[in-house]
Design a protein around this ligand. Structure first.
Ligand SMILES: [Zn+2]
Ligand SMILES: [Zn+2]
Ligand SMILES: [Zn+2]
Ligand SMILES: [Zn+2]
Length: 227
């Protein structure tokens, strides 16, 4: 994957773009997020501990998410979220383990509050064949009410990494699977060169989507959040 100088992302509350390293600070200060929290605080329902998670694709650090997860939500909810936004191709097995490396499986029935605390890290594995590895880190907590009815809220997400056409260096929106599989080349193409590209052993070029799993196994998107 081509890498930009500094990965940027967008705040889901106010739409502001900022660097990956600046996003935690932005979220803490974001007026629109504060307003959402205040509004949630005025509603019925119990307060609980909410965990700010920084999610990052292992070895592809330009793919990252900031999520807020309820303490009462289960790891299975996080697995579901990661599958929907980044990973799901053919319903492969997945697992969580403690720490930065692939280790002993922990139950997906565990609740966030049973294992999370600031600084705690987990590793998520999806597909034990063509493996996607994701790192999860608890970067903060707050006591209060969730801002959505869902177990998880998307607070920020990386912008689509920029890709250039291998033929003309203009912005690319397509990926050739034959380049990838047979030539081990990240064959990104602009609209025009995608049409002229001679490779079709693996079908037409597929659209580039905002996921670290693109091009792996049968993954071709859509890389949309489940809610
Ligand atoms: Zn914001
Ligand atoms: Zn698959
Ligand atoms: Zn081109
Ligand atoms: Zn090709």
């Amino acid at each position: 994957m081509p890498r930009g100088p500094q990965s940027k992302g967008r705040c889901a509350y106010c739409g502001q773009e900022t660097t990956k390293s600046g996003m935690t600070k932005h979220l803490a200060a974001c007026p629109q997020r504060r307003a959402a929290i205040e509004q949630a605080g005025g509603k019925k329902g119990a307060s609980e501990t909410l965990y700010h998670l920084r999610i990052q694709a292992a070895n592809q650090s330009e793919f990252w998410l900031d999520l807020e997860m309820r303490g009462s939500a289960k790891l299975a909810d996080l697995d579901h979220y990661l599958r929907a936004i980044w990973l799901e191709c053919c319903d492969h097995l997945s697992q969580f383990s403690m720490g930065k490396r692939w280790g002993e499986e922990i139950s997906q029935n565990l609740k966030a509050k049973a294992i999370f605390a600031p600084g705690v890290e987990l590793t998520h594995i999806y597909d034990f064949g063509t493996t996607s590895q994701t790192q999860i880190k608890v970067v903060g907590t707050r006591e209060g009410k969730p801002t959505t009815k869902h177990p998880i809220a998307l607070m920020a997400r990386n912008l689509m990494p920029e890709a250039k056409c291998i033929e003309c260096h203009q912005p690319a929106t397509w990926l050739c699977m034959e380049c990838l599989i047979e030539e081990d080349k990240w064959g990104t193409l602009c609209d025009q060169h995608a049409q002229k590209h001679p490779h079709d052993n693996y079908g037409e070029p597929i659209p580039l989507v905002n996921s670290p799993r693109l091009g792996m196994c049968g993954y071709d998107g859509p890389a949309e959040p489940p809610y």
